[in-house]
Design a protein around this ligand. Structure first.
Ligand code: SAH
Length: 223
């Protein structure tokens, strides 16, 4: 777990942030650790300057290459679901994007492994991890449909891009009793699925949590 000292990294209005936290609470986010981490993490530093003033709105925002920084509500919800499964030593994130979700996770779990398919996005995110002094984040360029075998198994896997169906590789890389949180479906309608591996078996329990809208999980890497 990582405790970042964000003080002095250009804090935006404390009131704007408090309003966001209040909104998340109203929408049912109740894990205090998650709310605290969202409150102290400077979301504006994950956006281009032209959009930074919108960072504390509860909305998804563009980060280039037709990709988006997820809405704070969904980041909070997925993180809360993951943590409710128990202590997380190793978490895999599919879709590093801006690195915002990664940075939230890094403050709540022991180690975060994150994969991204678009190299320029990955590079920018890695610069942010370095600037924040995150020493428990391992981000790399690859197609996340294959998971990340070299660091498996994972207590938790979060996908921030939506496949049409659940990739087998992700199920195979879950530790016993591990949890996968993933949006599944096509652009028009996706469901947020929570899949739990039953002990060390090859049986999985699936629960659909709510309707969501994510960018699609695409194949191959872009340099
Ligand atoms: N977690 C990110 C969300 C970014 S949007 C954030 O907080 O900013 C989803 C990301 O998933 C995009 O950056 C997209 O390029 C990436 N992505 C899509 N398909 C992928 C794949 N097969 N493997 C790895 N990353 C993928």
């Amino acid at each position: 777990m990582n405790s970042i000292d964000f003080a002095g990294i250009g804090m935006t209005s404390q009131r704007t942030r408090e309003r966001l936290i209040k909104r998340l609470e109203e929408q049912g986010i109740s894990n205090q650790a998650v709310l605290d981490v969202i409150k102290r993490t400077p979301r504006h530093l994950f956006l281009d300057e032209a959009l930074a003033h919108r960072a504390y709105e509860d909305t998804a925002l563009p980060i280039g290459f037709s990709q988006t920084l997820s809405q704070p509500y969904i980041v909070a919800r997925m993180t809360e679901i993951l943590l409710s499964a128990g202590p997380m030593r190793r978490v895999l994130e599919i879709g590093t994007g801006s690195g915002y979700q990664t940075t939230i996770l890094a403050q709540l779990v022991d180690n975060v492994y994150s994969v991204e398919r678009i190299e320029p996005l990955l590079k920018k995110a890695q610069q942010r991890f370095k600037a924040f002094g995150l020493n428990n984040v391992y981000a790399s360029l690859s197609d996340g449909a294959f998971g990340c075998q070299q660091n498996a198994p994972y207590d938790g896997i979060i996908s921030t891009a939506a496949p049409q169906s659940i990739p087998e590789h992700l199920l195979r890389q879950l530790a016993p009793n591990g949890t996968l949180v993933i949006p599944v479906g096509n652009g028009a309608s996706q469901s947020l699925s929570v899949i739990k591996r039953m002990g060390a078996s090859n049986e999985y329990d699936e629960e659909i949590v709510e309707k969501v809208k994510f960018v699609p999980l695409l194949s191959g890497v872009i340099h």
